[in-house]
Ligand binder design. Structure first.
Ligand SMILES: *Cc1c(COP(=O)(O)O)cnc(C)c1O
Length: 426
């Protein structure tokens, strides 16, 4: 079979190529263990001398096929599925950071990641400095220290819908000898492939558009294979020095371009164990098969809704990077020329109560703690997902207290508009 590279084809075909007589559809390998005929064969797997399956916490064929599809979509050398997006971001960072290390991160990121980096990693001895992603290269560079190990940002921030200047971030990271990690959840590889702009590691909450139907929580870490860990060997001893838990194997020597993702699987997943269940990987794969059809429909609908809201007399402001009036319009044209995502942030004229009244008046559109699935839904971050942040922290994270996050689904846009219209005029 010739190598397929078009994104739509990869969504449908990548990852699972059955041999003669095997199931056409990716099967769920519902098995924790795998059989070998000799203890010697099994021992070679444990020593990473051979690639193969022995225990689903480390590797499972269903998970591997789906991870391979995501890696192909992003243009990476390998990927690992995790039980959630939170686990993906934690593993992506913890794979190269340990107690005493430091991380630089854009302030405008998902609330869960903000807590993970600012609170939980701190307890583990890893410090994080949050910076304004729109600041100059000089300004952002000031946050770097000798012990800084990574720079982190989101292609499109959740829920602020700020667009990351990935090339600028990559230049900053690389000038300090560290990788750029980009959470590409909202853009998906259909709209943006951060590796093409210099990012080194990509993460996903597959819970969002990739699954797309709100049926399973999951995540993924993807390795571009491009970062030269050996060139900064002193910064990344975990990858370049012998690992005592594998008889002194050094990942960069043994696995080359696959060093980072192999360590994440063979060491972090082995020890921390936030594996995605093969059942969920199967469902995720069904979502991925239509990702290239759903994402453009989300974007078309969101563009129509954003233009409608912008003209509505009851609406105070609309933030959507597909609008010409938007601060991130130019960046979106560069990084997201085919569309950004289905998520719009906006505020109503009036009080916080008016926002809550509007949301309660919606009929088809439901209030749920979710974004980026087929059904249009709405959320008030200040009273839901981000309620643990102070007003000051909310502002820093790019979230106005009156911000309503509208996740536009793939229904007929006329019905979405009609529901919003009746709720606004009630
Ligand atoms: C939802 C989300 C996460 C966390 O993912 P979970 O699957 O909910 O753990 C991380 N990053 C972004 C951008 C998200 O939207």
């Amino acid at each position: 079979m010739t190598k397929q590279t078009k994104r739509g084809t990869l969504c449908v075909q990548a990852g699972w190529t059955p041999k003669n007589g095997e199931p056409r559809v990716l099967p769920i390998y519902q098995s924790t263990t795998f059989k070998y005929s000799s203890s010697e064969e099994m021992a070679r797997l444990f020593d990473l001398e051979e690639n193969g399956y022995f225990y689903t916490r480390l590797q499972n064929p269903t998970n591997d096929a789906v991870a391979a599809k995501i890696a192909a979509l992003e243009g990476g050398v390998g990927a690992m599925l995790t039980s959630s997006g939170q686990a993906a971001n934690f593993y992506a960072v913890y794979n190269i950071c340990e107690a005493g290390d430091h991380l630089v991160c854009a302030t405008a990121i998902y609330g869960g990641t903000f807590n993970l980096f600012g609170v939980t990693l701190k307890k583990m001895g890893i410090d994080c400095t949050f910076i304004d992603a729109d600041a100059s290269e000089e300004e952002i560079s000031k946050a770097f220290r000798p012990n800084t190990k990574a720079l982190f940002g989101e292609t499109i921030s959740n829920p602020g819908i700020q667009v990351l200047d990935i090339e600028k971030f990559a230049r900053i990271a690389h000038s300090h000898g560290v990788p750029l990690i980009v959470d590409n959840t909202f853009a998906t590889p259909i709209n943006c492939r951060p590796f093409e702009w210099g990012a080194d590691i990509v993460t996903h909450s597959t819970t969002k558009y990739m699954d797309g139907h709100a049926v399973c929580v999951g995540g993924a870490v993807v390795d571009s294979g491009n970062f030269d860990w050996d060139a900064h060997a002193d910064k990344f001893p975990g990858l370049t020095q012998p690992d005592p838990s594998y008889h002194g194997l050094a990942y960069t020597k043994a696995f080359g371009k696959m060093a980072y993702i192999t360590k994440a699987t063979a060491q972090l997943m082995r020890d921390l164990g936030s594996i995605q269940s093969p059942q969920n990987a199967f469902l995720l794969n069904l979502g991925l098969e239509t990702l290239h059809l759903r994402v453009p429909q989300h974007c078309r609908n969101a563009q129509t809704v954003a233009e409608y809201l912008e003209k509505h007399p009851r609406v105070a402001w609309v933030h959507y990077c597909g609008l010409k009036s938007n601060k991130y319009y130019e960046l979106a044209q560069k990084y997201l020329p085919n569309g950004s995502c289905g998520v719009i942030a906006f505020g109503l004229k009036g009080t916080r109560e008016d926002a809550i009244h509007f949301m309660d008046s919606l009929k088809m559109i439901s209030i749920v703690t979710h974004v980026a699935d087929a059904r249009t839904c709405v959320l008030h971050p200040a009273s839901h997902t981000h309620r643990q942040l102070s007003d000051e922290q909310l502002k820093e994270a790019g979230i106005a207290p009156d911000l309503i996050r509208l996740s536009v689904g793939i229904e007929d846009v006329e019905d979405i508009l009609a529901d919003i219209e009746q709720a606004l005029t009630r």
